[in-house]
Design a protein around this ligand. Structure first.
Ligand SMILES: [Zn+2]
Ligand SMILES: [Zn+2]
Length: 356
């Protein structure tokens, strides 16, 4: 079964094989070229660790994988998506939506032990070069493979990471792409993603850049998207502001994105109706959500019994519940309870008109 990025990934692999072939050819026919290659190797540890910064079989590989994915979607993608054709822009946003849905599905390996074991065995069967390179990582990797329950960051720290870092930063990348979609669709300006340029180098020091620059009404703003936990981003932003004079606004993705169904524990994906409406740029969105029934990923927001807290569920996971059935007899409740959310950012209300 092909995935959304199946062919782009194969073509990216072809581009890398192409660059490798160029290098091999010139090293074989040109003495000076070969001596340059030797000088690189003579850099020793510096050159080795530079090479390892592309891909290294240990913790933190998720950043490397996510950067490649974002290079495809955001760097190559924005060049591909430019121009005045609204169809192209719409197709671009669809590609990002389907990739987000797939990222969320990939993350299910943290929750379901069977899927996790099969996934790790599958990766092993691929004989990936440099797959596991460090003993400490290997220990936690093997623990993750054997573990029979839900792996979480809170309870299993390094063992969770050993698994989670095999993926392209699933939830983090999802949040970055949701923010990108929102800014592109709603800001009325030009979006400069700095996701791949987060370190701005000077000769003696560097600046940590915000996630995006937004150019709107002849002004430039930095947009920092909050992720969970203390990320030290406030200090980063302050340094960036004082060095560049560019104001940085902090935004956050609402806690309705992404949503995990409280019954089956799977992520709730962006449904076709949300994708359709969001990608049809001839119509304003008008709101951050829609009432949505009868599509491929229906959501119920509410209780399962009187007095419970309200949560989000796949409708298919709760539709046999008597309380839910009773609630949904009322058309007004159906309007209110069966909803789906657009990509959204909070905190930019003064800058962005949400109805655009
Ligand atoms: Zn569910
Ligand atoms: Zn829907």
């Amino acid at each position: 079964m092909a995935s959304a990025l199946d062919e782009p990934l194969r073509r990216l692999a072809a581009a890398i094989a192409h660059l490798t072939a160029i290098d091999e050819f010139f090293a074989s026919v040109d003495q000076t070229y070969a001596s340059n290659k030797k000088k690189l190797l003579d850099l020793g540890e510096a050159y080795r660790s530079f090479a390892q910064s592309m891909y290294f079989g240990s913790f933190d590989r998720h950043y490397q994988l996510s950067d490649i994915l974002e290079y495809m979607l955001i760097s190559r993608g924005s060049i591909w998506a430019m121009g005045a054709d609204p169809q192209r822009r719409s197709a671009y946003m669809r590609i990002i939506f389907h990739t987000i849905n797939q990222l969320l599905q990939q993350e299910h390996v943290t929750f379901f032990p069977d899927l996790r074991r099969k996934f790790m065995q599958f990766l092993e069967s691929k004989n990936l070069q440099y797959y596991v390179e460090d003993d400490k990582y290997k220990k936690h990797y093997e623990e993750a493979k054997k573990f029979a329950g839900i792996l979480t960051y809170e309870d299993h720290r390094r063992t969770y990471w050993a698994l989670d870092h095999l993926l392209p930063k699933s939830v983090g990348t999802t949040i970055e792409l949701v923010a990108y979609l929102y800014l592109l669709r709603n800001s009325g300006g030009y979006v400069v993603p700095l996701l791949l340029q987060q370190r701005l180098l000077g000769i003696r020091d560097h600046l940590l850049a915000p996630d995006y620059l937004l150019v709107v009404g002849r002004k430039v703003y930095g947009i920092e998207v909050e992720q969970l936990g203390d990320t030290g981003k406030v200090r980063q932003s302050n340094e960036f502001v004082s060095e560049t004079g560019i104001p940085v606004l902090t935004a956050s993705v609402p806690n309705t994105i992404p949503l995990r169904c409280c019954v089956c524990k799977r992520w709730i994906l962006f449904c076709d109706a949300v994708i359709e409406k969001f990608c049809d740029i001839s119509q304003p969105l008008g709101s951050d959500r829609i009432h949505c029934e009868g599509c491929n990923e229906e959501i119920y927001h509410g209780r399962l019994r009187p007095g419970d807290n309200e949560y989000h569920y796949h409708l298919r996971c709760v539709q046999n519940n008597d309380y839910v059935q009773n609630i949904l007899v009322d058309p007004e409740q159906r309007q209110k309870r069966l909803i789906a959310y657009f990509p959204h950012l909070q905190g930019l209300e003064r800058l962005v008109q949400p109805t655009q």
